[in-house]
Design a protein around this ligand. Structure first.
Ligand code: PRP
Ligand code: URA
Length: 208
């Protein structure tokens, strides 16, 4: 499956604010939250619903509901945490797993420091959350761990993706679906996405 890109004037507008180096922490977080909601909306288009009967104030009504428990969201720490608030506004009962990874600044290889998944992770559809898909190293390391745990259905939700990162996932794990708000031009010589938005973790947490 080809990556899904949220092409929409509102997304272009929000990304312009997000990319701007003058945008402060508060607004940066708010926009990541908003984009996460829209990514979640797109990534759940194939969700299976269960039949339920409810009563409106006027009559009995047969309809469908989502089994929220079927889903687990896995933010890649740190920056991925910024997407969780948006996700839980729309799927409040989703389970949340955490994986801690940082890129070694010289080799760009991911270094793992934490991994904790909800029970029965292999029975759930898992959506990995990370604002940035650059070389793809962090994404591949996360997918590898989840597959090792038996997860069958994995989706990767990010705000900005670099072509090389998309290619890395699609070549290694063609069954993993990628959803992003935009595909940017390329990586620079130190692994940052161009035009990008800088270091997502630092901008979310104000650490630089
Ligand atoms: C950033 C980002 C991704 C990773 C992407 O995290 O949030 O996890 O880089 O790069 P890759 O595709 O080349 O692996 P970072 O390592 O800066 O850690 P942080 O979120 O803790 O700041
Ligand atoms: N990680 C980030 O936070 N930003 C980039 O541009 C690349 C990786």
């Amino acid at each position: 499956m080809k990556e899904v890109v949220l092409s929409h004037p509102l997304i272009t507008h929000k990304l312009a604010i997000l990319r701007d180096k003058k945008t402060g922490t508060k607004e940066f977080r708010e926009i990541i939250t908003e984009i996460a909601v829209l990514l979640c909306y797109e990534a759940t288009k194939d969700a299976k619903l269960k039949k339920v009967t409810i009563e409106t104030p006027l009559e009995k009504y047969s309809t469908y509901k989502l089994n929220e428990d079927d889903y687990a969201f896995v933010p890649i720490l740190r920056a991925g945490m910024s997407m969780v608030d948006g996700i839980i506004t729309v799927i409040p009962n989703a389970k949340i797993g955490h994986i801690g990874l940082y890129r070694n600044e010289e080799t760009l290889e991911p270094v793992e420091y934490y991994y904790k998944m909800p029970l029965n992770i292999k029975k759930r559809t898992v959506m990995i959350l990370d604002p940035m898909l650059a070389t793809g190293g962090s994404a591949l390391a996360t997918i590898k761990k989840l597959k090792h745990d038996g997860v069958k259905k994995i989706k990767f939700l990010c705000v900005i993706a670099a072509p090389v990162g998309i290619k890395a996932i699609q070549e290694t794990y063609p069954d993993v679906e990628i959803y992003c708000a935009n595909v940017d031009r390329k990586l620079n010589e130190i692994g940052y996405i161009l035009p990008g938005l800088g270091d997502a973790g630092d901008r979310v947490y104000g650490t630089k």
